[in-house]
Design a protein around this ligand. Structure first.
Ligand SMILES: *Cc1c(COP(=O)(O)O)cnc(C)c1O
Length: 376
């Protein structure tokens, strides 16, 4: 019997959510409306009452956060080279310069010990990224931000449901001056198919955030309108918000299930024999957005991925170090700039992990992994 193909991730969307989407489609109001407002209110409650605004992507949330933080031409923003390229693209998009800082190979997140050396008089903000759902060190990052008076935009695209020493990601670690950006892309732990949400600091103008989200338009009670700032087209639809509203009550159980599956990988994978580097075994903070292993440096990753596919298993690559993409090389980066990110980016693979996976699927992946590595 051949088993069905096991993808590296798959969203869990229940029938009640599908019915709720049907209700929106039948209602006659399918763009931004009451569902978006209800979703923002539910997310705000999740984030301890902080103000939350929904967007049509996690890339839009990051860009708007930078604009609200006053980041623009001439400014520098510090982030990691080992992230989805969106994190660095938005810095370029607002006209600022990304300043990359190598990762700590243990956490695979930005190495807090290297941040201070990268700070200059032009540094305006830090964008820590919680790769695979493991939060970047909030204590050290906020201590640096405080000392150098920098704004923090947490790229928490992958870490909704995670926490940092007992406090949820989304709550404030920066005296309510920090932004937290979530993505609800199809592969994220909570999805709206595409979407995002931005947790706003207490000192930003919420109305300005809303204007930046939709063409800069400001509406008046008498029916008139004005545009006094250049906004984009970043609003979430009620169709998408209905999916999010259906997902949010399940977030806790999704995270629990992911943790159990991750534990099973640790118990089942023979990393010593296979020469694999496993992720940090963090069962306090991480939401286990991804379970990522590093192949031995001598292995050909493309051949490994093909061998896994042959056995009916999908694995992903998240991510090659972004400074080696052509666009970033043209801006001056080169191989050797960030050795840890480059090494991890070359060897990393994402194994299947999603809430609907069975325990036996983990065993199947581990077995196929052994065979794929032995074949080479
Ligand atoms: C998914 C993701 C984004 C972008 O989110 P989109 O909703 O796809 O625009 C940004 N940063 C990281 C780390 C991500 O994983």
């Amino acid at each position: 019997m051949t088993l069905p193909f096991l993808p590296f991730t798959r969203p869990s969307i229940d029938e009640a959510t599908i019915a709720a989407v049907g209700d929106v489609l039948r209602s006659g109001w399918i763009t931004s409306g009451p569902k978006v407002q209800a979703f923002e209110a539910a997310l705000s409650e999740y984030c301890g009452g902080r103000t939350v605004r929904a967007f049509n992507s996690g890339t839009a949330t990051l860009e708007i956060a930078l604009r609200l933080a006053g980041v623009g031409p001439g400014d520098e923003v510090i982030t990691t080279p080992l992230t989805w390229v969106a994190t660095a693209n938005v810095i370029l998009e607002v006209g600022a310069r990304p300043v990359l800082v190598d990762i700590d190979p243990v956490t695979r997140n930005i190495d807090p010990g290297r941040i201070e050396a990268a700070i200059t008089a032009r540094t305006k903000a830090l964008i820590p990224v919680d790769l695979a759902g493991l939060p970047a060190d909030r204590d050290r990052i906020y201590a640096i931000a405080e000392e150098y008076k920098l704004r923090v935009v947490e790229d928490a695209a992958q870490s909704l449901g995670a926490s940092w020493h007992g406090k949820r990601i989304g709550a404030s670690f920066g005296n309510d001056r920090d932004f937290v950006s979530f993505s609800f892309h199809a592969n994220k732990n909570l999805t709206t198919s595409e979407g995002g949400a931005l947790v706003l600091p207490a000192d930003v103008d919420v109305k300005l955030c809303e204007r930046l989200r939709l063409q800069g338009v400001q509406r008046f009670p008498d029916g008139g309108m004005d545009v006094d700032v250049l906004g984009g087209k970043f609003n979430l639809t009620d169709v998408a918000a209905a999916i999010g509203l259906g997902q949010l009550p399940h977030l806790g159980e999704f995270t629990e299930r992911r943790r159990l599956l991750a534990r099973r990988y640790f118990a089942t994978l023979d990393d010593a024999k296979l020469g694999l580097a496993l992720p940090l075994a963090d069962f306090e903070n991480s939401n286990w957005h991804m379970f990522q292993v590093l192949l031995p440096a001598s292995r050909d990753r493309a051949a490994f991925i093909a061998a896994m596919k042959e056995q009916g298993i999908g694995v992903g690559v998240h991510y090659p170090a972004l400074h080696l993409f052509s666009l970033y090389r043209k801006l001056g980066w080169k191989p050797g700039d960030f050795p840890h990110a480059e090494d991890v980016g070359r060897r990393i693979v994402t194994l299947p992990l999603f809430p609907a996976m069975a325990d036996s699927d983990v065993d199947r992946v581990c077995c196929a992994l052994g065979q794929s590595l032995e074949q080479q």
